[in-house]
Design a protein around this ligand. Structure first.
Ligand SMILES: *[C@@H]1O[C@H](CO)[C@@H](O)[C@H](O)[C@H]1NC(C)=O
Ligand SMILES: *[C@@H]1O[C@H](CO)[C@@H](O)[C@H](O)[C@H]1NC(C)=O
Ligand SMILES: *[C@@H]1O[C@H](CO)[C@@H](O)[C@H](O)[C@H]1NC(C)=O
Ligand SMILES: *[C@@H]1O[C@H](CO)[C@@H](O)[C@H](O)[C@H]1NC(C)=O
Ligand SMILES: *[C@@H]1O[C@H](CO)[C@@H](O)[C@H](O)[C@H]1NC(C)=O
Length: 491
């Protein structure tokens, strides 16, 4: 009996000891894995807008790169001077304008990591317009900015013009990435949950030359043009996104001034401008209107020469709104409810929106970003418009805020169809944490494959329980091994 029992017990002991050793080794390996310092990675993106260029440098831990919300903004740098499209007649200067910010960026990225930093430049509506006017000039400007970026010790990945739809979609991705709305883990169900549509934010972007609206509509009945489908973290999203070229705030105001000239009796005399404050005059050269494809041909009978006109502020709030509405062709929509203007399709609005860039900057200046109801906002803007210029100057205020604010109201209410109620779903916001809201982050995330199509593999919050299981397993094995050893010695 003894002779039979001994090999059996020693086999058990052997197996258990072997198991404990394996468990120990495994746990040591894991410990080593966890205690390794994460590597910080960097990336940079130039946002070459119509009126100015900004550089954003981002950083993140390499071991978390597929999670959401892990990328943070290290640096933002405003390039001195105008947007790159303004260098059409002197493209090398477009490249040179970027140097100061590139130098700053290299100061925040450790020297040994610079060669691995993916560097992008994306140009938006200003360059789309230049390309329409003179495609070879646009190509030259892009070639020059690329040349400059390649002189720096970073991994240059391209300089290109984004489509309006890309611009809208990447802004949408940025917002929802930063707000962590794509990945929601349920600790109780031990599963990743499909993000609720209600938690996905829409994006409202207003630049100098274009404006974008992007959101997740009900259902997916959309025309091809405006529909984008993305698969992010295991779920697919049908996004409506539309970009309106020439409806950025600077372009719109330029068209407004042109409209005032067309309606004016005599261009040589002063032209009344309903949105400028009373007592404020601005002299503009008529040829400047010719410089943009947004105004070209739309007012053919205007006697435009090289002459200039004086715009005389009238401080007329309702006249300003009426003039701004004329910039949109609402009648092209007929009776359709799913239409903004110029016959552009838009499904019914849904959910909450972040309104950023010029939406934010203008409203911030007017202290209207605190979630005030629409009636309060309207009243504030009306009050601002009727102030005379002397009054407005003190405290120093710029003459264009009445026009800008009313343009924003017209765009949001008349075009995009927000109303008294849905107005409260708009958040005027430029930052989430320390990161600016805009298309650049979403663009970099997508191009570096940091917003994977698959659900996250490493489950957040699962670690502690895995650890507990491992520890319990090791202790159990050791106890059993010890018991077996004692048993062996005893028999
Ligand atoms: C992130 O996802 C990509 C593709 O899904 C994968 O190749 C990579 O290993 C992942 N990185 C980490 C740190 O999990
Ligand atoms: C387009 O731009 C190029 C380069 O700046 C210039 O040489 C050319 O004259 C321009 N063409 C037109 C039609 O303006
Ligand atoms: C508005 O659009 C309609 C339909 O496309 C067109 O017939 C009309 O001329 C446009 N109105 C203006 C003022 O451009
Ligand atoms: C906004 O608020 C600040 C501080 O409360 C104030 O100084 C400023 O004048 C306000 N601006 C406007 C446009 O009311
Ligand atoms: C992201 O990049 C991939 C190619 O890597 C492309 O197919 C996809 O359409 C991009 N996503 C968006 C939102 O543009």
């Amino acid at each position: 009996m003894l002779a039979k029992k001994k090999p059996f017990t020693s086999a058990i002991v052997g197996a258990l000891v072997a198991l404990s050793i394996i468990a120990l080794v495994l746990s040591l390996v894991r410990v080593e894995d966890v205690t390794l310092p994460p590597t910080v990675k960097y990336g940079m993106v130039f946002d070459a807008g119509s009126s100015h260029t900004s550089l954003f440098v981002y950083e993140w831990d390499s071991d978390k790169e597929n999670d959401t919300g892990v990328v943070s903004q290290t640096l933002s740098c405003d390039v001195q001077g105008q947007g790159i499209s303004s260098y059409a007649s002197n493209p090398p200067e477009a490249g040179n304008s970027l140097r100061e910010c590139l130098d700053k960026a290299l100061q925040v990225v450790p020297a040994e990591k610079q060669r691995d930093v993916p560097a992008y430049l994306g140009a938006t509506a200003g360059m789309r317009l230049l390309r329409e006017q003179n495609s070879s000039a646009a190509e030259q400007v892009l070639a020059e900015v690329a040349k400059t970026m390649q002189e720096y010790p970073v991994a240059f990945k391209g300089a290109r013009i984004l489509t309006g739809e890309e611009e809208g979609a990447y802004g949408w991705i940025t917002i929802n990435y930063l707000l962590d709305s794509f990945t929601k883990y349920s600790p109780r169900a031990h599963a990743w949950l499909r993000p609720e549509a209600a938690n996905i934010f829409g994006a409202l972007d207003l630049g100098g030359a274009s404006t974008q609206i992007s959101f997740m509509p009900e259902g997916s009945a959309m025309s091809q043009n405006e529909a984008s489908e993305f698969t992010l973290y295991g779920y697919s999203y049908n996004i409506y996104t539309h970009s309106y070229l020439c409806y950025g705030v600077l372009q719109a105001l330029s068209n407004l001034a042109l409209g005032a000239c067309r309606d004016g009796e005599n261009v040589k005399r002063g032209i009344h401008h309903p949105c400028y404050p009373k007592g404020y005059n601005e002299t503009v050269s008529l040829s400047s209107f010719h410089a943009s494809p947004c105004t070209e041909g739309s007012h053919p009978r205007l006697p435009l020469g090289d002459s200039s006109v004086t715009l005389e502020g009238r401080g007329n709030a309702s006249g300003c709104l009426a003039a701004l509405r004329k910039l949109f062709n609402f009648s092209a929509c007929g009776q359709s409810q799913d239409c903004t203007f110029d016959g552009v399709y838009q499904p019914p609005l849904r959910g909450q929106f972040i309104a950023f860039s010029a939406f934010y900057y203008n409203f911030k200046f007017l202290n209207l970003t605190e979630g005030q109801p629409l009636a309060v906002v309207r009243e504030a803007i009306e009050g601002l418009c009727t102030r005379s210029w002397e009054d407005v100057q003190n405290p120093k205020r710029l003459p264009k805020y009445c026009a800008n604010a009313n343009y924003i109201l017209t765009l949001l209410l008349d075009a995009y169809k927000f109303n008294e109620t849905s107005w409260n779903n708009i958040f005027f916001q430029m930052k989430v944490g320390s990161s600016d809201v805009g298309w650049t982050l979403g663009y970099m995330l997508n191009l570096t494959n940091m917003v994977p199509a698959e659900a996250p593999a490493r489950v957040k919050g699962h670690r502690p329980s895995l650890w507990a299981a491992a520890v319990i397993f090791i202790i159990l094995t050791l106890v059993l091994g010890l018991a077996a050893l004692l048993l062996l010695l005893w028999v």
